[in-house]
Structures are given as structure tokens and as C-alpha cells.
Design a protein around this ligand. Structure first.
Ligand code: PHE
Length: 506
């Protein structure tokens, strides 16, 4: 057991430049400095300071050195207390009067906070005191505080004999602990060694631009870590949302207004040609509102056309052949997808003379789901749509390839799928390099005429659209495997602070 820390009082306070010049000066005439500890002791420098100077000189390649790690023994808080106040058994012994005896109760009171139950055990075992009928009296008049002496030795960094180590280790409480230190050995001249450190320039300024040829510039240290900012940490979902938003904006998309979590079943389902018996419209899958339980207004003539297309079709469709109920359409829900936002938007643009449009939205949706590692009852959806004359499935595939390639995802596959409002529909799959499997990363399709024509969009206008969750790509990007660690009251704020401020690439 040996401590390498020097008591502070012995060290001079010197600035780093002095340490640098002594160290470089030493290497001018000597092959190497074998050990940073020995060097610090000989020059009366603080070892921590020498270590930080060596690190900086290594960075500039003035010197070369080997890492050195060693372990020392230091006192725990309890050990430190005994080293200053004495061991509990000696304190107890001193509190017992030289003559006569003291009751255990009085002894406890006299010692106050420094009373320890086990101290009586030690004092009895050492034959210092005896206890009879709860009265404590001395058996000897003088005792030595061996424990205190040993602890003081450790504190001063002195070496203990084997029996001393054994004595301390036999105590039940941990009075010492090991600590790792870092230093350097075999410190030698490096490839850019100079006996004196030059003041390297870091920036080209108006003042030094004319003499730039005479200046020597500091090399970039691309491994240097920046100072972590104290505040302004964005939630990962917000960061990824911004990335998606930027991609949409760069591709010429406009954002749709998403500022209503409460939506009528009409816009969320009926306008999307989703039949009223569809299982998604069950309270097991959807949150229905108690108050207000129904919507106040719907565009009547459009409602009429939606009813008709559900009941008997039109525009080349046979419809669903059931009795469409207005009460069902009036029911308020928490929107289950952002396609509800798209249906409102398309209805709005159908009122005006047709012009091609590209729209996107990113906002929260709600589903009455059992919560588990990958599902929450509320999450975010990203949705994009393009409406134009003569669009085809090829256009949809092309746009999706561009969209996902901007995220750095290039291997895509499309799988036939079903949505009540799109035909054809495709699941979007991407190859996950890390997992080595194809994973679903979105859903897409061409909106059906049964949805578009009742809105009043011209016959030759097609709408291609796709949607995906924001949580899933964020979890992949940030290596989070439980959605509850990303969103909700269990999120660890430290995780948000530790995440990189930005990432290059996706
Ligand atoms: N609304 C679909 C969903 O919730 C996504 C989607 C959007 C599918 C647009 C096709 C077209 O998964």
C-alpha cells in the first residue's frame, strides 16, 4: 500500500509554461524521463499538472510517451474520520472514567454521534474495559490507537507492513478503497521536438495575414472534444422531425395545418372511404371522446356525396352496400392518423380551380393500443402527398426513392398491402444493415377515386401519398430499444443531454 499523491503543501504553484520548459529542457540533454511521478517529485511539480502538460505536448508531437496506470489505496470517508478523531473503541475507552464506572446509557449520551455499538465489542475483546450489569469500567489505564496510526500512515502515502494491512482488512467496515491514477512512462523526444515550445498561430487574422508565410500554424485536432453546452438540448424526436421537415421543404413540399388532435370520425374515416364497420373504428383501437362526443358541423353537400359512395358507389365503384349512418360519422375521436389532415386539405383544394400541390405533415396521433416496448397510445406520424394530373404508381415509387435516399436509405422494396383509401397500396421495406433483415419503414398508395371524386377533384387528378412513424427511425438512429425511453414521463433527461447535437448523415 503506497500513495503516490504528494501533500499539497509541498508543491509549488507554477504555471504550465514553466512545466513545459523544464520538461522540454530536460529532454534536450537526456534520453528519456522514465516516469512522470518521479519527474514531478524531483521538480516539486503537481503530478496532475505534469500529466496535463504531457497530454498537450503529445498532441503537438513534441514528445512521445507510454501510458502508465496504477492503483493506490486511499481512505474512505469513514477511514478519514477515524484518522482525525481516533478509532471508535479508543474514543469509547477515553469516555470511561479512570476510577469507578459509567452506565451504558450515560456512555452513549457522552459520546453522542461518535458512539458505535461495535466499539464496545472491540474494547472488550482488547481487554480495555469490562461490562457488568450495564456498567462499564476500565481494566487498564492506557491504550494505544493502533488503527488511527495505521490510517494516518495510509493518508500520508507511507507503506504499511503486512500485519498492518491485515489489521485494517479484518475490520468489517471498509476504511480504505483503491483508486486508479494515470501518468506516463518512457517520455522521449517526439517527431516535432524542440527545446522550446513555439507559440503557434491558430487563426489567420487581419493583423497577421501579410506575414502568414513566417507563421507556423497549429494543426487541427479533429479528435478534440468541444465543451458540452449547458442548455438548449433538443429531444431526439424534435431533432429527427427537423430532419424530415428539411427534406420535405427541400423537395418543395408545403406543411399542412395539423393543429387539432380531436377530429370527427367523418374526416378521420368516412372521407377516406373507410366503412363504418371497419374494425379500426372500434373503441379497442380508437379513443372516442365523451365531451364533446360529436362534431357540430360538417360540409353537408360533401357528406351527402360521401354517404352515397359508401352506400352505392359511383365513379366506377360499386360502394360497400350498407346503410351509412350520420351518427357514426359525427362521433369525435382523437385522430388515429395524419391522413385525416390530408383528407381535409384535399377537400379544401378541390374547392378551387385545380393546381398541382405537394404537402406534408408531422404531428401526433392516438391509438388505443396496449403499451409495450415498441407501442405507445400516442405517437407521431410523418405524411407526404402529391396531387397532380396523370400520376402513376411509378411516380410514387420514384418519389419514395428520392425521399428515403435523402435519409441515407437506398435499399427499398415494395410489398403489396391494403388500406381502405388507397389502391394500389404498398408497404415500404428497407434493408437494415445492422440487423441484416428487411424492415417495414412506411405505408403508401394512390388515393382511391371513391375518396377523391366526392371531394370534387377532377377525374384525371391522382394523389400519391405515404406515411411513417417518427418514433421508429428515431429509435434506430439513437439506438433506443424501448419506446418508453424516448417518449413519455420515463424519459431520462440525461440521455437527451448526452446525445450528439447533430449528426453528419442519417
Ligand atoms: N395512414 C396510414 C397509416 O396510418 C399511412 C398512409 C398514409 C398510407 C398515406 C397510405 C397513404 O399507417
Amino acid at each position: 500500500m503506497k500513495s503516490e499523491q504528494m501533500p499539497d503543501s509541498l508543491q509549488n504553484s507554477v504555471d504550465d509554461d514553466q512545466v513545459v520548459s523544464v520538461l522540454l529542457g530536460f529532454l534536450q540533454y537526456n534520453e528519456e524521463i522514465p516516469d512522470s511521478r518521479q519527474f514531478s517529485a524531483e521538480h516539486n511539480f503537481d503530478h496532475n499538472q505534469v500529466v496535463s502538460v504531457i497530454q498537450s505536448l503529445l498532441g503537438f508531437r513534441y514528445i512521445e510517451a507510454q501510458d502508465l496506470v496504477w492503483e493506490t489505496c486511499v481512505l474512505t470517508d469513514e477511514g478519514k474520520r477515524y484518522a482525525t478523531q481516533g478509532s471508535p473503541e479508543v474514543q469509547l475507552f477515553l469516555a470511561v472514567p479512570e476510577e469507578g464506572s459509567i452506565s451504558l446509557v450515560d456512555l452513549k449520551e457522552k459520546l453522542g454521534d461518535s458512539f458505535q455499538n461495535f466499539a464496545i465489542g472491540y474494547a472488550k475483546k482488547n481487554k480495555w474495559v469490562e461490562v457488568q450489569a450495564n456498567q462499564v469500567s476500565r481494566k487498564v489505564q492506557h491504550v494505544e490507537d493502533k488503527l488511527k496510526e495505521l490510517l494516518l500512515k495510509i493518508q500520508e502515502g507511507k507503506e504499511l507492513h503486512e500485519d498492518g494491512i491485515k489489521f485494517i482488512n479484518e475490520r468489517k467496515k471498509n476504511l480504505t478503497e483503491s483508486r486508479n491514477w494515470k501518468g506516463y512512462s518512457s517520455i522521449k523526444k517526439g517527431p516535432r521536438y524542440a527545446p522550446k515550445r513555439k507559440n503557434l498561430s491558430t487563426t489567420l487574422t487581419r493583423g497577421n495575414v501579410e506575414i502568414w508565410e513566417e507563421l507556423e500554424f497549429k494543426e487541427y485536432n479533429i479528435n478534440a472534444k468541444g465543451v458540452p453546452p449547458e442548455s438548449g438540448h433538443l429531444q431526439p424526436l424534435l431533432k429527427v422531425r427537423k430532419q424530415f421537415k428539411d427534406i420535405f421543404v427541400q423537395m418543395g413540399f408545403e406543411e399542412m395545418p395539423t393543429n387539432n388532435y380531436v377530429e370527427s370520425s367523418f374526416w378521420n374515416f368516412d372521407a377516406l372511404f373507410q366503412p363504418q364497420q371497419h374494425p379500426a373504428r372500434d373503441s379497442h383501437d380508437t379513443f372516442f371522446l365523451k365531451a364533446p362526443s360529436t362534431t357540430r358541423t360538417l360540409p353537408e353537400d360533401y357528406v351527402e356525396r360521401v354517404k352515397r359512395v359508401h352506400e352505392s358507389g359511383g365513379y366506377g365503384s360499386r360502394g360497400y352496400n350498407y346503410d351509412w349512418k350520420r351518427e357514426e360519422a359525427n362521433k369525435n375521436v382523437l385522430r388515429t392518423h395524419t391522413t385525416a389532415v390530408s383528407s381535409r386539405m384535399l377537400y379544401e383544394i378541390a374547392k378551387k380551380p385545380f393546381a398541382p400541390k405537394k404537402y406534408f405533415s408531422i404531428d401526433r396521433v392516438f391509438r388505443n393500443e396496449a403499451v409495450d416496448r415498441t407501442h405507445l397510445a400516442e405517437f407521431h406520424q410523418i405524411e407526404g402527398l402529391i396531387c397532380d394530373r396523370g400520376l402513376t404508381l411509378g411516380d410514387l415509387i420514384g418519389v419514395l426513392k428520392v425521399f428515403y435516399s435523402r435519409l441515407g436509405i437506398s435499399k427499398l422494396r415494395f410489398k403489396p398491402a391494403y388500406n381502405p383509401y388507397t389502391e394500389p397500396s404498398m408497404e415500404i421495406m428497407s434493408y437494415h444493415e445492422g440487423l441484416g433483415v428487411w424492415v417495414e419503414i412506411g405505408n403508401s398508395g394512390m388515393f382511391r377515386p371513391e375518396m377523391l371524386r366526392p371531394m370534387g377533384l377532377p377525374e384525371d387528378v391522382q394523389v400519391i401519398a405515404w406515411g411513417l412513424s417518427l418514433e421508429r427511425p428515431t429509435m434506430i438512429l439513437y439506438g433506443i430499444d424501448n419506446i418508453r425511453d424516448l417518449f413519455g414521463h420515463k424519459v431520462d433527461l440525461d440521455l437527451i443531454k448526452r446525445n450528439p447535437i447533430c449528426r453528419i448523415g442519417f
